[in-house]
Design a protein around this ligand. Structure first.
Ligand SMILES: [Fe+2]
Length: 499
């Protein structure tokens, strides 16, 4: 079958799909030099449109996953990208067409997310519907790509980017928002955190049916500990957590998910600001131990991505960009027939702080910056150990949302920020989430490099800019160019090869 690339917000501009697999050896350096001591890779994953769905649509969350990797060694960088060969991808390759019809694939407007339930047929009866394009992270010497809902994660080879198969701990995972259709068909979150010393990965599965969230801790030996959160208050989109030395801190916020909403003509996501913000403090070291529930009287704010957690005496300090409503089109802002882009054109977030008094349980909210920002990162070696430094992408308010054009380095102790503007008003580029790479494996927290992918979609070029954390305001110390548009990727991580 042949088809044109559809003229939709999910396939234009920064979302223009790459649609080919490339290997670029010895990438061109257009500015500066690649630090010779960098040995590892920055990996990204994102949705990439391959073909229309069975209903002819292009919902972003039904697209196949593409993994990208830029690997550094001895001052050289090699780039690869590969489709992630999930069961869905392989089934559709075999048939040469989309094999799934989505309950949110036929509205023809902003409600088409492609996260709804699929119609089961003889051909797709036992194939998980999901893809693996939300995040990719190192675990047990390999990479794990996760799609959050609808499919278990896949293992990706760090050099070839070959899909090596479903993670061997998938049978321990639980139902997301879809019925499981085969052995090992469990869902896994997009933003797990991990302990660099023990290798334990702190993850979970969430859904729209009780218990709403089940924790899954994956240990270095591959064993899994699980616990349903039987007291979880409601079906929140459990997208991210904070990790402290003692707890996984999971926020329940009024951004909800319910696959049954599609039957009522609504998007799978909803915003119900009357629901309270509740924090679950889940023990890290004794998963079956007592969970402390903090019922806050915080306003209906939304944290999509956490930045840093620090415990100071009897205060739990939770830092994150905070939205006043989620950056997802829903019925509170859109009407049937409306088209809408996802994410930062819909809402702006500002670095904020929720402080929990661990003695009284009282929680207060503050705003720390007037600069719109999101997609933050920290030094991942210090996950669960506390952070002084954070790195975000941010910029200017733009209509209801924000324009992402700058790199921000936050000093969370001093509540100060440094800013470097990566693109001006004319440059057509998506400045994507960056990743921190330490200067050496035992460098102090936050000391090293911050690598920012910049998709110059107007010029159909890709770029990675490397900043020295000593002074990001001096601009990138190195720019690495790709001779094509590299598409949009929401998340990824650094994987270090030095040890
Ligand atoms: Fe995310």
């Amino acid at each position: 079958m042949s088809y044109a690339i559809p003229d939709t917000v999910a396939t234009k501009g920064p979302f223009t799909p790459m649609r080919f697999e490339a290997t670029v050896e010895e990438c061109i350096v257009t500015h500066g030099e690649i630090p010779k001591d960098l040995y590892g890779g920055i990996y990204r994953t994102g949705p990439c449109w391959k073909r229309p769905t069975a209903q002819g649509g292009t919902p972003l969350l039904a697209m196949d996953g593409m993994v990208q990797g830029l690997v550094f060694e001895n001052g050289r960088a090699d780039f690869r990208n590969r489709w992630i060969r999930t069961p869905k991808y392989l089934l559709e390759e075999k048939h040469g067409r989309s094999m799934f019809e989505y309950s949110d694939g036929g509205f023809g407007d902003y409600r088409d997310y492609g996260y709804g339930t699929v119609k089961r047929t003889k051909e797709n009866a036992h194939t998980p519907q999901g893809t693996n394009f939300i995040n990719i992270f190192p675990h047990r010497g390999e990479l794990v790509a996760s799609g959050e809902l609808g499919s278990p994660p896949n293992v990706i080879d760090p050099i070839t980017l070959e899909t090596k198969g479903i993670v061997d701990w998938a049978p321990a995972l639980t139902r997301g928002i879809h019925d499981q259709v085969c052995f090992g068909d469990g869902a896994f979150c997009a933003h797990p955190k991990w302990d660099e010393d023990s290798g334990t990965l702190y993850g979970w599965t969430y859904g729209d049916q009780k218990p709403f969230v089940t924790m899954h801790y994956i240990h270095a030996d591959g064993s899994v500990q699980s616990r349903p959160l039987d007291d979880a208050p409601y079906n929140a989109v459990a997208h991210d957590i904070w990790l402290t030395p003692e707890w996984v801190v999971m926020p329940f916020q009024p951004f909800i998910i319910d696959a049954k909403r599609n039957a009522k003509g609504l998007a799978v996501f909803g915003w119900e600001p009357d629901l309270p913000v509740v924090l679950a403090l889940i023990p890290r070291h004794n998963l079956q131990g007592e969970i402390r529930w903090i019922n806050t009287d915080l306003p209906p704010q939304y944290v999509m991505h956490t930045l840093a957690a620090n415990v100071q005496g009897d205060k739990l300090v939770l830092d994150a960009p905070v939205f006043q409503e989620p950056p997802f089109p829903m019925e509170n802002n859109f009407s049937p027939g409306d088209q809408a882009a996802l994410f930062f054109s819909n809402a702006a977030s500002y670095l904020g702080r929720w402080t929990v008094d661990l003695t009284t349980g009282e929680t207060k909210a503050e705003q720390l910056s007037d600069l719109p920002s999101e997609i933050g990162k920290v030094d991942q070696r210090y996950y669960g150990k506390g952070h002084r430094y954070g790195f975000q992408i941010g910029g200017q308010p733009k209509r209801r949302g924000m324009r992402m054009d700058s790199l921000i380095r936050n000093d969370l102790d001093k509540c100060t920020e440094e800013v470097y503007r990566i693109r001006d008003d004319k440059g057509l580029a998506a400045v994507l989430e960056g990743s921190f790479a330490p200067r050496t494996i035992d460098a102090p927290e936050g000391d090293g490099y911050f690598i920012v992918p910049v998709a110059w979609w107007g010029e159909r070029k890709g770029e990675f800019q490397i900043f020295d954390t000593d002074d990001i305001t001096a601009g990138p110390i190195c720019k690495i160019e790709l001779p094509f548009h590299m598409g949009w990727t929401p998340h990824g991580h650094w994987m270090d090869f030095r040890d």
